[in-house]
Design a protein around this ligand. Sequence first.
Ligand code: SF4
Length: 499
Amino acid sequence: MQLSDVVTLGKVKADALVPFNHRWVGNRFLISNDLGDHLFVTPDELRTYVEGRTVPGETLHEQLMAKNFLAAGVNIQVEAARWRRKRSFLFYGPTLHAFVLTHRCNHGCQYCHSSIVGMERTDTDMSIETAERAVDLVFQTTSPGVTIEFQGGEPLANWEVLQHIVEYSRQKNALAGKALSFSLVTNLSLMDDEKLDYLLDRKVQLCTSLDGPADLHDKIRIYKQGSSHELVTGWMRKINQRYKDMGLDPNLYRVEALPTITRPALGRWKDVVDTYIDVGCRAVFLRKLDPFGFAARSAKTLGYSMDDFLTFYINAVEYILELNKQGTQVMERHAAIMLSKILADQEPNYLDLRTPGGACIGQMGYAPDGAIYSSDEGRFVAAMGDEMFRIGDVNSSYVQLMTNAQTRALVMAGINDGQPDCVNCTYKPWCGQQTEYNYKTQGSLSGRMRDSVWCKKHKSIFDYLMAKVEKADPVEMAIFERWTTNRTLDHFLQERGAL
Ligand code: SF4
């Protein structure tokens, strides 16, 4: 149903209204404004609203006032402060710094999007000199918080440089006093007790890949020396136990794991979710196979349509909701991020769902040779021979990196208000762009949202979630609210100013 089905244009009382977008969701219109408020209204209520016929004291009028849909009810100062809070990331430079420590890896994952080489190719490791220059740049960011994320290849293969970066960064931070944290994305195959002791001592957050049950995981994540699944789940259990032994809250402190959904997983949403619960996870981040790098080459065997993914996603989230109702606390991260924005008025600064997008000003990717990219995805594009997203190298100055033509173009292309379809979209206040994805799938930084799979994924998930919210009973609302509760993992922050 469209606005024009219920409203006669000549009767619209534009000066009484705040600009809004609308969409038919579930059994009502969902309306939203740029401040991030939303309301479900019936066609009659929408007509009453746009014709300026609401009556003070009546429920509809008071709801519209409370949600900033009536111009007379908007407190500009309060709303400006609220907008500023949710856009606070615009006031400082990039927070996330992804360091690719090596291109070496001992796994042969079918969808791998990195430019992976064999373990003997130590020439693809980041050197200590390059690492130090990169850290020097990281500490020039105006962001009060910095996360250095170790990536690869398998970053544990370049252990000496990883340790050096941790120690060097801590030294620099004694002066800088930033909220510094480290995270390591690892397949865990090179983990040993000594490395684990160091990583736990230095509060490095651990994140791994787990694609589901053993037959699914091992079929895709090929490890010649044995079962990758056995190895990963074994270490996850061991590390989770170590967190417990350290007195950390087991509900918060666990190894993070991410699945990549491939075609063989599509019918197995239960198996994927059950695997995560079995190994102690409280969250699953259901990610579609991305179009970057080597994954594009394996699309014929592992790929699927966005419709297939959405069917998988909805089945999995329905199952997760059912488990929650039966007492198992587990969340789907994509849903949790979206609902945090919509229901809790938070801005989690998830780089794929913010505007402007995260390219350059939210994150930067550092290659082993010192090249710097707009993001990890920008680096994946480079791994396929296209340097479109290279914004400089470790010899560039921070000012050059932040102000050059590429960076400015990427930021401008990542603004929803500059997108013809987004400006009229009900989900605009909570959605975002990834210019690298637009470029890879549609050949331009801005893309065309009308036929973009990026847009289709997000719009469909928003539709699904909002239809759930529209008719949620108190039990379901309590689950959604629990998913939106912000839990900070303070343990992973380095002590400010201390060594
Ligand atoms: S990307 Fe799609 S869903 Fe997101 S705001 Fe733009 S049009 Fe809406």
